[in-house]
Design a protein around this ligand. Structure first.
Ligand SMILES: *Cc1c(COP(=O)(O)O)cnc(C)c1O
Length: 477
């Protein structure tokens, strides 16, 4: 790289002002000038840097203007967008987990368009507590003495450990030392909350006697962690909440020391869904009835509500959590509280939850009902494109609960399979995600795209899929 070449390239870099007058930028009318200016400057600077590094970037005014215009559009176009989920994964963490019930959407809307009683007690006509809105519902539905909801279940675990086990020992089975996606790892959470983790048992088997031997004067808690989407099969054994509870009772009798039994239940079902047979996960109420002092779970997994972490259990323990500074740091905002309260209220009528809460409805819907939707989708798509472009078929497939819930459970479903005579599945999948007016996420199998009807919510979504497909074929014509 000789200095003279560098200078020559530098001289070719257009002035920011010049680029701003290019049509690519003047045609974007609703953008403040300083935003356009910074975008152009960023593009020019990036090219200057590339020249300094010995590169030979494209320096034409048109190219720089187009790149700057793209920057501006990225900034002004929404990033968090609606997606049609045709993947068949019901609690899809990347796609926002649970879709809220209409009642929850209405409740959110109600409290955001005006002021609300977020921390106002109408009875005393004075300051109230935001924790009051959901607590009695949570207690009624789980049989708990008390409950509190925080930002998410990871926050709940953190709060329980640091409130009750900081500086003391917390016993956990080696079979439950799991990582739950997004860097949530039990050993790291323990460390963060200053609890001394005492691991017991082996990866595949932990016995009651393992816990028994690990109990010391310094034991604050025995923690049971739902293994989420990790499953061991075959020669395995773990200890039930019931047995841990009895062990804690005996330990207290013998030593006078209380040891808490805490279950991180993860997915947190209120209903034991018969549809899942032997895979049905224990409901929160069952855990409490079996003797857990504290149970925590997510609001947006099997429960089907907004992102939240719900902690239930003995009143004295929950009271302590409410007073913790973490309760303030991890508190829910009014939108979430409104959605959670409305979702919980639906559960007062369990049969209503089956139809009104989208996550629950999708989990329990019969394959026949799903098949009807798959057929309706095929009809709409077929109507909108040239029949010679693709082969559309309704096929039997498998949906997943997702979100770490029911990982072993194959949920029978129906999908529309689209085989390509023109274009191809990868290309069309990319188009549906990156260019289609409504983003559609499906899955590819064997050079075909599968649109799983179980997670498609409405006829409007079917039309959006059909439009995306039609536009893809227009584009490759
Ligand atoms: C999902 C899960 C968490 C984390 O819950 P979030 O609500 O996602 O924060 C923690 N523990 C278990 C067992 C889980 O399944």
């Amino acid at each position: 790289m000789s200095p003279s070449v560098n200078t020559k390239l530098f001289r070719q870099l257009p002035q920011v002002e010049e680029v701003l007058h290019d049509k690519a930028l003047t045609s974007i009318t609703d953008v403040p000038r300083d935003i356009a200016t910074s975008a152009v400057r960023a593009e020019v600077d990036a090219r200057r840097q590339e020249i300094l590094n010995g590169g030979t970037p494209e320096l034409s005014l048109a190219d720089i203007a187009a790149a700057a215009a793209k920057r501006v559009q990225l900034l002004t176009a929404p990033s968090l967008r609606r997606v049609v989920n045709a993947s068949g994964v019901i609690i899809h963490t990347n796609l926002g987990r649970s879709v809220l019930a209409e009642e929850a959407v209405a409740a959110v809307n109600e409290v955001i368009v005006g002021y609300s009683t977020l921390e106002y007690d109408r009875k005393t006509m004075a300051r109230g507590s935001r924790h009051d809105h959901c607590e009695s519902l949570i207690c009624t539905l789980t049989g708990a003495e008390a409950g509190i909801a925080v930002n998410n279940n990871a926050a709940a675990v953190m709060m329980v450990l640091s409130t009750f086990a900081a500086g003391h020992e917390a016993i956990v089975s080696r079979g439950e030392q799991v990582e739950i996606g997004g860097s949530f790892r039990i050993p790291e959470i323990m460390q963060q909350s200053h609890a001394h983790m005492i691991e017991v048992g082996a990866t595949n088997k932990t016995h009651l006697s393992d816990y028994e031997r690990a109990l010391t004067d310094d034991t604050a808690m025995m923690l049971k962690v739902h293994p989420s989407n990790y499953r061991m099969t075959g020669f395995t054994e773990s200890v039930s909440i019931h047995d841990l509870h009895n062990l804690a009772v005996e330990h207290e009798k013998a030593t006078g020391k209380k040891v808490l039994v805490y279950e991180d239940q993860g997915s947190g079902a209120f209903l034991r869904l018969a549809a899942f047979g032997k895979y049905a996960e224990p409901a929160v109420a069952e855990s409490l009835a079996a003797g857990a002092d504290i149970v925590s779970f997510s609001g947006d997994k099997l429960l089907g509500g907004p992102q939240a972490g719900i902690i239930v259990g003995r009143a004295d323990l929950i009271e302590k959590l409410k007073k913790s500074p973490l309760a303030r740091a991890l508190r829910l905002d009014k939108m979430t509280l409104a959605a959670l309260e409305a979702t919980l209220r639906i559960y007062l009528h369990p049969e209503k939850a089956m139809t009104r809460i989208p996550t629950v409805r999708m989990l329990v819907e019969s394959p026949e009902e799903v098949r009807e939707r798959a057929c309706a989708l095929r009809d709409i798509v077929a109507k909108n494109i040239d029949p010679d472009l693709v082969d559309l078929e309704i096929v039997e497939e498998t949906s997943r609960a997702g979100g770490g819930a029911l990982p072993m459970c194959d949920i029978p479903t129906y999908a529309m399979r689209m085989r390509f005579r023109k274009g191809n599945a990868q290309d069309c999948e990319r188009y549906l995600i990156q260019e289609s007016p409504v983003i559609v996420v499906a899955r590819i199998h064997d050079e075909a795209i599968l649109f799983d009807a179980r997670t498609i919510l409405s006829e409007e979504e079917m039309k959006a899929i059909a439009l995306g497909i039609a536009l893809y074929f227009d584009k490759i014509k």
